[in-house]
Design a protein around this ligand. Structure first.
Ligand SMILES: [Zn+2]
Length: 142
């Protein structure tokens, strides 16, 4: 009976939280404590874009543009610093993405087969007597 009651309470609580997070749109808020900073960053980027646009259109004087831009960039630097301090979570994700990219250089097995000039390290698909780059004999290579 107690177990059933506990289960009921748990289900009720779950239901409540689900409903609450359904209503308030940002349900993933807790997973990123730096979300407000992200938003601030985006806002600053947008402001910078707007500023650039207005400057290009001629709405802003050179001095006004420079001053506003500098202020925004300072703000941006501050936000980025805070994001850095807030935790490595987004950095780790970014690092992963960056690591995933260099998968592309697959021509490595091809390179292993190619013939590399011992003088200038130019590589060729076919065996050559003389390097096509520097013209020196390529016999030194295995
Ligand atoms: Zn060469």
């Amino acid at each position: 009976m107690i177990i059933a009651l506990a289960a009921l309470i748990v289900i009720g609580a779950l239901f409540l939280t689900l409903r609450i997070s359904d209503k308030s749109l940002p349900p993933a808020e807790s997973e990123t404590p730096i979300k407000p900073l992200e938003e601030a960053k985006v806002r600053i980027y947008e402001a910078l874009r707007d500023l650039q646009f207005e400057y290009r259109v001629g709405k802003l004087s050179d001095a006004d543009y420079q001053a506003s831009k500098q202020a925004l960039q300072q703000e941006l630097a501050r936000v980025l610093q805070q994001m850095d301090a807030a935790g490595p979570a987004p950095k780790a994700v970014k690092a992963k993405a960056e690591v995933a990219k260099p998968e592309a250089p697959k021509p490595e097995p091809v390179e292993a087969k190619s013939y590399v000039c011992p003088h200038c390290e130019a590589s060729f698909k076919d065996p050559l007597k003389f390097c096509g780059e520097c013209g020196k004999p390529m016999e030194a290579q295995a």
